[in-house]
Structures are given as C-alpha cells and as structure tokens.
Design a protein around this ligand. Structure first.
Ligand code: BGC
Length: 572
C-alpha cells in the first residue's frame, strides 16, 4: 500500500492544447421546396435586435440541384427596416425589397451545401422577420420564424461538433502546406491558442504566435462557412506551475489582469451577434487544476509556484471566472482540461481532481451549467487504445498493474480513462449530458515500431513493454516525444460519451525548447524537453525521449511535423 501511494501521487505528464466550437442556438430552419423547379432551398434567418438596430444572420442551404452563383431576395414586412452593412454577399435594397448576391468565393453551392451571410440593420416601428425568400427567383416557400433574442444557455446543442464542419486555422494551414506532404492533413481543424493578451488582437507573426486575433479568426470562420471554431484559453496567473516550458506572461498575483485584460475582451468579441451562428468552443486552461492536485508541497513533483497559486486561489478563481463569462453566451461551449490517464489515473488523483474541477466550476459566480464537457490528453501522447494490454490482464498470476510502465495505474489508455472520468464527473455534480474530447493530434504511434500483437509472457514487464502502442520511455514524458505519430483525424461522436476527437495541439508546434533559448514570451527551459536529461521523480528518473533541436513551445518544429506524418496511425 505504501508503495502504491508513493508511486501514484506524483505521476503526471504535461500537455497543452485547446479548442472551441459554438453554435448559435435558436436558429429555426424551415425546409422549403420550390414547386417544379430544380432550385430548392432552406433558409434560416435569425436576428438579434435592440432599440432601432439589429444584426441578422441568414444561412442558405441548397437542397436542389448544384448552384453556380445565387441571388437571394426577400421583402421586409415593415417599411422602416433597412440593411445598413452586410457581409459575405453584395446587398442592395429598393423600398422594402432586398437582394443579396453571392461573391466570387461563395457562389458555388453543391447539393446539400450551405453558406451563411449577414448584415447589420436599422428599424423603426417594429422589426418583424421576413416571411418569404427567393433564391434565383424561386420561392423558398414556407419562410422562416426566426428568434429575435439569443437563445438561453439551456438551448445549446448537445454536441457542438456534430453535423458541422470545423474551422481550419489558415495560419497553421500555411505552415503545414509549406512542408513536403503537409497538404495531406492541412485541411483539418486545429485549435487557436490564445496564449497571451496580445493574441486577442493578433501580433505581427512571431516565432510562435499568429497575426490573426480572435476577431480575424471568427471573420475567417464566417468566410469558410465553418460550423465550429476552437479556441484555447491559456493564460492563467502563474501558468504551468509545475514546469517551465510554457510559463506565461502573468505572475501568480495577476488575477485582476487575467479577468480585465484577458477574459473580458475575449468574451466581448465572442458575444458579438455577428458570430452567433458559429459554435465557439473554448478549451479552458490546460494542465492547471490537476497541477494543484499532484504538484504541491510534500509531493514528488511539488513546486513553490503550484503552492502559491493553490493558496491564493488564482487557478480556481481564474477558471471559474472564465467559465462564467464565456459560458453564458448562447453559442459558446466550454470544455475544461482534465489532464490524461498517465497523470490522474490513480485513485489518489482521480477523485480529488474531479472534486477540484467541480470547485472551480462553481467559483467566481459560475455554475456547472457553464461547463459543456472536458478534454483529456491535450498536447499529450497517450494512446487512444491499447489493443494488446488490458488493465485486467495478468501474466503468470501477476496483474499488469504491477508492471513498471503501468505502475499501479487503473487505466492504460485515454479512451477508457475519458469514459470513466466522465462518469466520475457526473457523480460529483456535473450535468449528465457532459461530453468528453480527446486530443488525438499526436497519439497515433504508427510506423514500424508499432506492435502487432501482445508482448512475451516472460513477465508483466516483457508483456506490457512488448505489446504497448504508446512507445514512450515513461508515461510521464510529455515533451516532443520521439517516435510519435498523428492520431485519429478530428471527428465528432466517435464513441459513447465522447463528443469528438480533436486536434487541439496543432501538429508541428513544439512543446518546448531542447536547450535554453532566450525569448520575450515568458517561456522557460524545461529539461523534460532536453534529450540528454536523465529525468526526475516524476518520470521515474527515466530519459526524456524528447527530440533534439526543438524551438520554444508553440514555435514551428519541422522535424517533428515530418515524423508525426511518417508515424501517423491511422496512416496517411
Ligand atoms: C505554448 C503556446 C502554444 C501552444 C500550441 C503551448 O505549449 O505554450 O505558446 O500556442 O503550445 O502550440
């Protein structure tokens, strides 16, 4: 029992990532079919109004033959209703009649395809919705009955990833496309990391941050017709308290700045009704709360910074504030980071982490209703499944839990862990409908080193080490892991309880520099990223398995990107 306690407490592996998706709830779509015409259309019109003004969003769905160039028309019921400034179409108004023409990039609509446009308008008297629309002169009969106020929180969709296309970050795509073979994966949605205050408005393209700010990404998402976009909220005071590679700009006592200069401006942009038809998914604060469970005083991984931010409430209150501000928006979905099985898969960590997540979810005026779900394995490398090692397996009467690799953990892969942790979270008071996300960006472990069957039954160690998909030296290793491959491509509802496999850590972005590199981002040098380091108590004093010549966290790491593609599983 002592051995179990000693070994189980400090296990962890850092991971970083984020994602986000939104849906403007309350959109009413009325299918309409034009008689005896090849043109058939569904129009969804929604408006958000205030005295004298409104913003309208219109989604045009082509349910007829393919269209090449479209003109949408409608008549405002009231003579005081005017289009003032529109987007994603060319608008003209004559009297009460409005015409919106497609632009060069959104005129082609295959059967079943949709595109969204919108405008800011003015009204006097009243602002009723148009009752009928035409597309290329053909009536989309039936009209619409749109809501005029944002939907209440309760009306969020259950799974914001379902049935819609994800936003492709053009800044990541450009880097991926510049790599030989990169275009094979560059159309996948990856998360946008808001890893410093300056990222909100965008910065001149530096080594690890983009020129696009939050609004630029949302505008681009509208242009892409994306159904969801993923942001990582990642800037807590005293960030990354147990490691150095992703330390941030805010000191441990900077909670007021976190609220006023970081969360509030992000919430203000996400609340813009222009974006209400996009499901905005926020991945909340990677690695933060689990560090308070496993890496404070008296534990093998304990640090003074983790003690400080636990004692002053910076993490709990910061996460609570972010949830409260962002979660009340009708089209915003919060998923809190919940580490991974190689960190909290021991009983000593499992329950206490769930309890702490609950504490944060009701801090700073938040309620559990602001939490749509949780993400595991963010920026980590744990395999999704271990087909040749089950946690219940025994070798010559000895449980595989006694192997050096598993080390008494109760889980051996992320899928079983995510599903079990989901149940635990419901048990401690989260909504029964919460969904889990699994970051599969780098947990593929394909290539020639991938086992094709169980290991030899000489001992639990030969059995586990020979058969495990995860080829790391130690499950606590987390930085730029050598031999890793891309995992499952992003997709929704892959397994019960799982809302999506996501790519939160953008493949090709470093976890940390392999030697000290001065920078102005607050990033430190963590020896877990140094391939010559022989480890510490947290990784069983093992070699780090990190790739050499790595740039600072977030910066493009071409050699790693190439290896991830080579070792992809499923293969590219
Ligand atoms: C870094 C961030 C970066 C993110 C995604 C983190 O490790 O600290 O700056 O945006 O990874 O690559």
């Amino acid at each position: 029992m002592n051995v179990w306690r000693r070994l189980s407490g400090p296990r962890r592996a850092l991971a970083l990532a984020g994602a986000g998706v939104l849906v403007a709830g309350g959109l009413v779509t009325i299918p309409v079919t034009a008689a005896q015409a090849a043109t058939q259309c569904d129009i969804a019109y929604s408006a958000n109004e205030w005295p004298g003004g409104f913003t309208a969003s219109i989604t045009i769905k082509n349910v007829g033959d393919p269209i090449n160039g479209w003109t949408l028309g409608w008549t405002f019921p009231n003579s005081g209703q005017r289009v003032q400034q529109g987007w994603s179409a060319e608008f003209t108004q004559s009297g009460s009649q409005v015409t919106a023409r497609s632009l060069s990039y959104n005129g082609t609509l295959a059967t079943g395809a949709s595109t969204s446009i919108g405008f800011n308008g003015a009204w006097s008297g009243s602002n009723p919705k148009p009752t009928s629309f035409t597309l290329n002169g053909v009536t989309c009969n039936g009209g619409t009955t749109p809501p005029t106020t944002p939907p209440p929180t309760g009306s969020k969709v259950d799974n914001p990833y379902a049935g819609v296309r994800g936003y492709v970050n053009p800044e990541w795509k450009t880097k991926a496309d510049a790599e030989p073979g990169g275009s094979r994966i560059s159309n996948n949605p990856t998360a946008v990391w808001l890893d410093r205050i300056a990222a909100i408005n965008g910065t001149p393209d530096s080594s690890s941050n983009g020129a696009f700010g939050v609004r630029d990404h949302l505008e681009e998402a509208l242009r892409q017709g994306a159904g969801y976009i993923q942001f990582v909220i990642y800037n807590l005071p005293g960030r990354d308290c147990a490691a150095l590679a992703s330390n941030g700009e805010l000191g441990p006592n900077d909670l007021p700045r976190y609220k006023a200069e970081y969360i509030d401006p992000i919430a203000a942009i996400q609340a813009d009704p222009k974006y209400r038809n996009i499901r905005i998914i926020n991945i909340i604060e990677i690695d933060s709360l689990p560090n308070l469970v496993t890496n404070t005083s008296g534990q093998a991984g304990g640090t003074a910074m983790c003690d400080t931010v636990k004692a002053n409430g910076a993490y709990v209150n910061g996460v609570g504030y972010a949830l409260a501000k962002l979660g009340t928006l009708g089209n915003v979905y919060n998923y809190i980071d919940a580490a991974h099985h190689g960190w909290i898969g021991w009983d000593t960590n499992f329950g206490p982490t769930a309890d702490l997540l609950k504490t944060a979810a009701v801090a700073s005026g938040s309620t559990v209703a602001n939490v749509h779900g949780f993400i595991v394995n963010t920026a980590n490398y744990s395999a999704l499944r271990e087909p040749y090692v089950k946690i219940t397996d025994t070798v010559n009467g000895t449980s595989v839990r006694q192997s050096k690799w598993i080390d008494w953990n109760f889980y051996v892969d992320e899928l079983s862990f995510a599903q079990a942790f989901r149940q635990k979270l419901v048990q401690v008071g989260f909504d029964a409908n919460i969904g889990m996300l699994i970051d599969t960006s780098r947990n593929g472990w394909g290539g020639t080193a991938r086992p094709t069957g169980p290991g030899a039954t000489t001992s639990v160690d030969t059995y586990v080490n020979g058969g495990r998909i995860d080829r790391r030296i130690h499950a606590g290793n987390w930085c730029n892991q050598s031999g890793a491959g891309l995992g499952e491509r992003p997709r929704s509802a892959p397994e019960p309880g799982i809302d999506a496999y996501v790519w939160v850590k953008p493949p090709g972005e470093s976890d940390g520099s392999s030697e000290l590199i001065p920078n102005d981002e607050g990033k430190g040098f963590d020896r877990m990223c140094d391939p010559t380091y022989t480890g510490n108590a947290r990784n069983g004093n093992s070699a780090t398995g990190a790739l050499p010549n790595a740039p600072i966290s977030g910066a493009w790491f071409s050699a790693q990107f190439q290896e991830l593609m080579r070792n992809a599983y499923p293969a590219l």
